[in-house]
Design a protein around this ligand. Sequence first.
Ligand code: GLP
Length: 239
Amino acid sequence: MELIYAPDNSSLGQMAARWVAREILLCPNLVLGLPTGSTPIGMYHYLTRLTQEGIISFNQTRTFNLDEYVGLTADHPQSYAFFMREHFWSKVDLRKRNMDIPRGAVSNLAAECLRYDDAIQRAGGIGVQILGLGPNGHIGFNEPSHNMEIHTHVVDLSAETIQANTRFFPDSGAVPRQAITMGVGSIMRAQKILLLVSGESKRDILTKTFYGPVSTEVPSSILQLHGDLTVLTDIKLLK
Ligand code: GLP
């Protein structure tokens, strides 16, 4: 694991964008796994700038998002599809047919999970996966549990996650109770992973992720077993 410190949140966004830009330059037809949440917003901003300045192009890149809320259509302002359009998809030269995200509002969610895994597999698997870190250690929406799901699946969101994500909704009652998420298998099979962690409130879970035991109760701790992981954080760990 390579640990890179960023002096603050804004630098973290810039450093993450440069890290991703290098990967795109080296491999323009990269298959890129993408996160949502507050943490990657700066990265999307700087990637947009690098694209608009003609330094990189997503013209040949394929992207797969980690997750989506069940029940929200792509035009719902709190859906992750809407987030991606607003922060990234509409700003760069990514081709529409090359961007994918689980569809949370379809009637057959099981079929959607199969479609998603199949699409990732047909693309050759994820080359570079970018991740954020949930306050309870979730990656994508893989929540603390007794077992780890390998494939894309529907998950019941934990009370802690609903609470954490209430800030994006009018009230906690409006937060969907379920999501579709890429499984731990697709994430761990990625050739490279970049984990972004920002803010003091994540200190405890970041410490547990890398200095605690590998446990399904802290899903992010599985990342200890990945062979090519970079952690970019503005939290100084003393250990
Ligand atoms: C959400 C997403 C995760 C994300 C996490 C952290 O629940 N499903 O993929 O990593 O939140 O978000 P933030 O960066 O806002 O702390």
